[in-house]
Design a protein around this ligand. Structure first.
Ligand code: ZN
Length: 128
C-alpha cells in the first residue's frame, strides 16, 4: 500500500491539523503539497463508464490529464522517471492526489459511455 493505515486515518479527518500537514510534508515533500492542491482544486476525477461499469481515475495536471491506476500506475513523466526508472520514489503527486481525493471523498464523478472511454484512452495514452 502507498499509505499506511495510520496515514489513511489521518487523511480522512475533516480538518487536518498543522502537525498532520507537517508529517506528510516531511515524508512526501513537495508531492504532498501539490497533491493537496490538486484535490482542493477538484482535479481528481472518477469516470464511470457504461454499460461496462468500468471505473477509471484521472488527475488533471498542468498541461494534460493523467490516467491513474490506484496504488499502481500513473501515465505522467515523473512516475516513469522517478518510480519506474530511478526508483527514488514510490509515487508521483497524481497517485498521491488520487489517494487523498478518494479518502476524503473529494473528487469529480463523470458518467460516460464506453465509446467515450475509447476516445479518452487514446488521449490519456499519449506521452506528454
Ligand atoms: Zn503522475
Amino acid at each position: 500500500m502507498l499509505l499506511s493505515l495510520k496515514e489513511i486515518r489521518t487523511l480522512s479527518k475533516e480538518v487536518l491539523e498543522q502537525s498532520d500537514i507537517e508529517y506528510f510534508q516531511d515524508k512526501y515533500g513537495k508531492r504532498f503539497v501539490r497533491a493537496m492542491r490538486a484535490v482542493e482544486e477538484g482535479k481528481v476525477r472518477k469516470y464511470h463508464f457504461s454499460p461496462s461499469r468500468v471505473i477509471r481515475w484521472t488527475v488533471v495536471g498542468r498541461s494534460k490529464e493523467y490516467l491513474v491506476i490506484p496504488e499502481v500506475f500513473c501515465s505522467c513523466r515523473d512516475f516513469y522517471q522517478s518510480v519506474v526508472i530511478q526508483r527514488n520514489s514510490k509515487m508521483c503527486y497524481h497517485l498521491l492526489a488520487q489517494k487523498i481525493g478518494e479518502i476524503r471523498g473529494q473528487f469529480t464523478v463523470l458518467n460516460m459511455t464506453d465509446a467515450d472511454r475509447r476516445r479518452l484512452y487514446h488521449v490519456w495514452r499519449k506521452v506528454s
